[in-house]
Design a binder for this molecule. Structure first.
Ligand code: PRP
Length: 209
C-alpha cells in the first residue's frame, strides 16, 4: 500500500484528479462525507486529506510515503524529503507587497509581516537588509494597512487581494507550484511503486501540457 497525503481543498482535489487520470483512482473519495482516509486496495493506494502545511510533516516522518505540497511550504519548512515532480498546478508567486506610496527608507529596520518567516528572512538576508519579522497566521494584507508592518511577504495568485486592499506587489521572490514529494526511506524501500506512480503522473502531465 502506498500512503498519499493530499492537501485539503481545491489544490488537493486538482492533485487527486491527476492521480485518478494516472490510473490510481479511489472512487469513494467522491462521496460526500467527513471521512479523511480513502483506500483502493486493488490499486494499492490510500489517500488522506491533511492541512496543506502539514503534508510535508506526514511525508518527512513517513506517515505518508508520498504527498502533494506547495513549493512555498517546502521552502519555508525545508523538510528532509525528495521532490519528485512539479505538477504545474497551484501556480502563484511569493512576493513582497506594500501600500502603493510606500518607499523603503534603508536607514530603518524594515518591518515585515508574513506567514513565511524563513522565506522572508533568507530573501532579505540575500539583500543584506535588516528586518523585523512579524509572524502572522492569515489575512496578512491587514498588517501594512493598520501600520503593523511596512511590507508583507505573501502568496500572490491573481493579485486581487492586494488590489482590493490598496496594496501592490513591489518585488517577486520566487515562483510557486505544487510538487509531488516523497519520504526518503519509502523512496528506497518502495522504489518501484513510487517510481511507477511518478512515471504515470509525468505521462498525465505531458498529455495535459
Ligand atoms: C492567500 C494569500 C493571499 C491570497 C492571494 O490567502 O495569503 O491573501 O491568497 O490570492 P490572490 O492574489 O488571488 O488574491 P489564503 O486564501 O490562503 O488565506 P490567508 O492567508 O488569509 O489565510
Amino acid at each position: 500500500m502506498i500512503n498519499i497525503a493530499l492537501p485539503k481543498g481545491r489544490l488537493g482535489e486538482k492533485a487527486y484528479g491527476i492521480f485518478e487520470q494516472a490510473g490510481f483512482e479511489c472512487p469513494s473519495i467522491h462521496e460526500e462525507s467527513r471521512k479523511l482516509i480513502f483506500e483502493n486496495a486493488e490499486k494499492g493506494v490510500r489517500y488522506f486529506w491533511v492541512k496543506p502545511s502539514d503534508v510535508v510533516i506526514y511525508v518527512e516522518r513517513g506517515a505518508a510515503d508520498i504527498g502533494i505540497a506547495g513549493k512555498d511550504i517546502i521552502l519555508e519548512y525545508q523538510p528532509d524529503i525528495y521532490e519528485l515532480a512539479d505538477l504545474g498546478i497551484g501556480k502563484c508567486r511569493m512576493a513582497v507587497a506594500a501600500k502603493k506610496d510606500f518607499v523603503d527608507r534603508r536607514d530603518r529596520t524594515l518591518r515585515v509581516a508574513t506567514k513565511f518567516p524563513n522565506i522572508a528572512k533568507s530573501y532579505y538576508a540575500s539583500l543584506s537588509r535588516e528586518i523585523d519579522i512579524i509572524k502572522l497566521n492569515g489575512s496578512i494584507e491587514l498588517a501594512p494597512i493598520l501600520g503593523l508592518s511596512d511590507v508583507i511577504v505573501d502568496i500572490v495568485e491573481t493579485g486581487k487581494t492586494l488590489l482590493e486592499n490598496d496594496l501592490e506587489p513591489k518585488s517577486d521572490i520566487v515562483p510557486i507550484s505544487a510538487r509531488l514529494v516523497s519520504n526518503k526511506v519509502s523512496y528506497k524501500f518502495k522504489n518501484e511503486r513510487i517510481r511507477g506512480i511518478c512515471e504515470q503522473i509525468n505521462e498525465v502531465l505531458k498529455a495535459r501540457a
